[in-house]
Design a protein around this ligand. Structure first.
Ligand SMILES: NC(=O)c1ccc[n+]([C@@H]2O[C@H](COP(=O)([O-])OP(=O)(O)OC[C@H]3O[C@@H](n4cnc5c(N)ncnc54)[C@H](O)[C@@H]3O)[C@@H](O)[C@H]2O)c1
Length: 368
């Protein structure tokens, strides 16, 4: 059973949700977060855990093999949960270098550090869990069957190509060196602590600021949306019961077109404002929401180059072999998400700094 965890990228969106879930569900053992705190990492996402005796945070790079090796030894780590990555497709199109560095070279260095300490060193029982994405499988046409674990890789963006490369490295370190590994593959996550460069937080925050809601192309791109806490529970199950060398798709069967999501968020936001009067005072800029005209902010922008049309994941294996099932539907998860952003203004305000605004201007050209 995993006891002392090293979580890479634990100050990012999915990593932070996993860390909170694990800390709540496992009162024993220790947890170290290693995170370089890039623009996407935010210590405030881990705030409640700081100061706890079982929790420690190390600011550092997964490429720093010496640092990783010393953490593995000194903290008696038996399980690595590897989230750290450059994760935003649009950024990978503008500047792919960081994606090659972190996602490929970083994963390689991490694997080598684990091999050095666990296999050449103390021979301790161990597991290296790699967190991957359905984007490694490529894009689906309407009517195509969902991606299964045995789909061939067909990545289309620099992001997905770098993640596919890291998946191959993890597999090879298992087969060649005998490192105990598991890999989980998830679809588009949403929920608390997501950096506001991804669709759902952008839409929520722009509604509150009365800014345009940017929609790529015709808005009909389909994604299989998955509530982040269900993803955390799926990874937990793989860590506890998964078989070495195996790959598990984790998903919730929630295919939604981008434009339908944006419409739904507009409706939920109007509902939240009409039910709870405090939001009108708290967010006086949200004039379109207050007037019940949130959808007028929808603005179509030029599509991203090579934009994948559809992803959808078949999670039968984890359901049948490990007994997994998600707790949230898309509708219940999105309600919780809208409510979280309404109640955690200080968190998202703290990430909306100058560099974020420059990026939004460059990418969508719709911010004022
Ligand atoms: N967000 C999703 O919808 C989704 C879906 C499937 C899989 N995933 C995978 O989950 C993982 C986490 O995704 P996310 O959305 O939380 O990403 P994120 O961008 O929000 O967080 C990434 C974290 O990694 C850290 N990091 C980046 N480079 C680093 C380095 N060199 N050394 C140490 N830390 C570094 C960042 O500071 C940040 O805290 C990624 O591997 C991603 O491919 C994400």
């Amino acid at each position: 059973m995993p006891s002392n965890l090293l979580v890479t990228g634990g100050a990012g969106f999915v990593g932070a949700n996993f860390v909170h879930h694990w800390a709540r569900a496992h009162p024993e053992g220790s947890l170290v977060v290693l995170d370089a705190l890039t623009y996407a990492g935010n210590l405030a996402s881990l705030g409640a855990l700081e100061g706890g005796s079982r929790f420690s945070f190390v600011k550092g790079d997964i490429k720093d093999s010496e640092l990783v090796s010393s953490i593995l030894k000194e903290k008696n780590i038996d399980t690595i949960v590897h989230f750290a990555a450059e994760s935003h497709v649009d950024r990978s199109i503008y500047s792919p270098d960081a994606f090659i560095e972190t996602n490929i070279l970083g994963t390689f260095r991490l694997l080598e550090a684990a091999r050095g300490v666990w296999l050449k060193g103390d021979g301790r029982k161990h597991c290296f869990h790699h967190v991957s994405t359905d984007e490694v499988y490529g894009s689906l046409n309407p009517g195509d069957p969902f991606f299964t674990e045995s789909n061939t890789f067909s990545p289309n963006s620099p992001y997905s190509a770098s993640k596919a490369a890291s998946d191959h490295l993890v597999r090879a370190w298992h087969h060649t060196y005998g490192l105990e590994v598991t890999t989980s593959v998830s679809s588009n996550n949403f929920g608390p602590y997501q950096y506001p460069e991804k669709l759902i937080p952008i839409v929520i925050i722009n509604l509150l600021e009365n800014k345009p809601l940017p929609i790529y192309g015709d808005g009909k791109q389909i994604r299989d949306w998955f509530f982040v806490e269900d993803h955390a529970r799926g990874i937990e199950l793989v860590l506890e019961k998964g078989s070495g060398g195996e790959r598990y798709n984790i998903g919730g069967n929630n295919e939604w077109a981008n434009i339908d999501i944006v419409n739904l968020i507009c409706e939920l936001m109007e509902e939240a404002f009409s039910v709870n009067g405090k939001y009108k005072n708290q967010f006086p800029n949200a004039t379109s929401v207050i007037k019940g005209k949130a959808k007028t902010l929808i603005t179509y922008v030029k599509d991203r180059p090579g934009h994948d049309r559809r992803y959808a994941i078949d999670a039968t294996k984890i359901q049948q072999e490990l007994g997994y099932s998600p707790r949230e539907s898309f509708e219940t998860g999105i309600r919780k998400t809208v409510s979280w952003y309404l109640e955690n203004e200080a968190w998202w305000r703290s990430v909306l700094d100058g560099s974020y605004k420059d990026w939004m201007d460059r990418n969508y050209g719709v911010n004022d």
